[in-house]
Write a protein that binds this ligand. Structure first.
Ligand code: 13P
Ligand code: SF4
Length: 375
């Protein structure tokens, strides 16, 4: 079976240096070679028995291929957002974690569980936010603003997390920054500029923002979304906060991937417009089979449509890669010391906050300012 990859695909992503100057850099993603049905069944069978033999557990993000999500659930693993993936990997007794997602997710698992073996189907599966925030430039930037509490998004390298006071994911970012603001703290935020501006508007916090972006969510278009909403006036609009403000402003619910799924499952509406990676539709359809799900527009007159709502790096996760992890021990994540121990501090702070302040998380889920995607 050919497990090699097809032609690499180039993507532009924004990058900033310490002085605040931005440029556009290029990155690469690749696509696993497709499998025939017969090959797929054979690979699935081998993965199932290897997971048992190695006492390993598969943890997948909602954006990876539906077959991988199904396999994770069927074999006692987990499919979740980045916060829940981190917590599940830490608490699960398995000695080997197979993380199907992007590199920062594998690194977070390893930082939290250094005694476990953490394997990923493709170690080159990265994220434009991680790439757009190089650790050395971030260190310089941070040193220019020593009076600010450093809050970084999960979508960063271990070396950036090692410099932070707090790590946050989209499910808890609003609540944590709100709390810091209440305590009178000024924030240095990195790297996602859209999530940063949304939190700034919602909390009124003094936030200095790094200029990074997710190439997938950056492509959603406010004007085309307005037109789509006019065609579906009853539809509930769900938006991931990595999207531009013109899109977030039209949301009924702004939230993490898990929050978006919960909104569809719990909602009374028949129609939902979904502004995030289309991989999420697989789980939404399973959990809310009767609901009509409409992909938010990336195409249209104002679009460049580079990504079309499919993360090129999440797409690098293939069944063949998972099998290679299990049979050959490939794709092992290593986070050297002292980076690991330093990065652990900000992650544990977040896990502790989310465990002990469910009421603050619930309050933040409904937003603090009305009519900016008030959930
Ligand atoms: P979630 O934490 O909402 O799963 O988001 C992760 C991510 O990479 C979104 O693009
Ligand atoms: Fe990164 Fe965007 Fe892909 Fe999420 S969807 S992993 S933020 S590039």
């Amino acid at each position: 079976m050919n497990s090699t990859v097809s032609t690499p695909i180039a993507f532009d992503y924004p990058q900033q240096d310490a002085s605040g100057l931005t440029c556009t850099a290029q990155a690469w993603a690749k696509v696993p070679a497709p499998l025939t049905d017969v090959q797929k069944q054979s690979v699935l069978a081998r993965i199932r028995s290897e997971l048992i033999a190695r006492k390993a557990v598969l943890i997948a993000h909602y954006y990876v291929d539906g077959a991988i999500q199904d396999l994770a659930l069927e074999t006692g693993g987990f499919v979740a957002d980045s916060l829940e993936m981190a917590r599940f990997g830490k608490n699960h007794p398995a000695q080997t974690l197979i993380v199907a997602g992007v590199r920062f997710m594998g690194e977070t698992a390893k930082i939290l569980s250094p005694e476990k073996t953490v394997l990923m189907p493709d170690l080159e599966a990265t994220c434009s936010l991680d790439l757009g925030c190089p650790a050395d430039q971030f260190a310089l930037f941070r040193s220019l603003h020593p009076d600010r509490v450093v809050v970084v998004y999960a979508n960063t390298s271990a070396a950036v997390k090692a410099q932070a006071d707090w790590m946050v994911t989209s499910s808890c970012a609003l609540a944590i920054v709100h709390q810091l603001h209440q305590q009178g703290k000024k924030i240095l935020w990195a790297p996602d500029r859209h999530l940063g501006s949304y939190i700034q508007e919602q909390t009124g916090a003094d936030m200095l923002l790094w200029n990074g972006a997710c190439i997938v969510h950056d492509e959603f278009k406010g004007v085309e979304l307005e037109l789509l909403r006019a065609q579906h006036p009853q539809a509930v609009v769900l938006v991931h906060p990595e999207s531009p403000s013109s899109v977030v402003a039209q949301a009924d619910v702004v939230g993490s991937t898990s929050a978006m799924i919960k909104a569809v499952v719990d909602g009374n509406a028949a129609e939902y417009i979904v502004a995030t990676d289309q991989g999420i539709l697989h789980r939404m359809r399973q959990l809310a089979p009767g609901k009509h799900l409409i992909a938010a527009p990336t195409a249209g007159q104002s679009a460049t449509c580079k990504s079309c709502a499919n993360c090129p790096w999440m797409a690098m996760n293939g069944l063949q890669g998972i099998l290679q992890c299990l049979e050959q021990g490939s794709g092992e994540i290593d986070v050297p010391e002292p980076t690991r121990s330093n990065a652990l501090i900000c992650i544990e702070r977040m896990l502790d906050f989310t465990e002990h302040h469910p009421e603050l998380l619930a309050k933040a889920q409904h937003g603090f300012v009305k009519n900016i995607g008030a959930a």
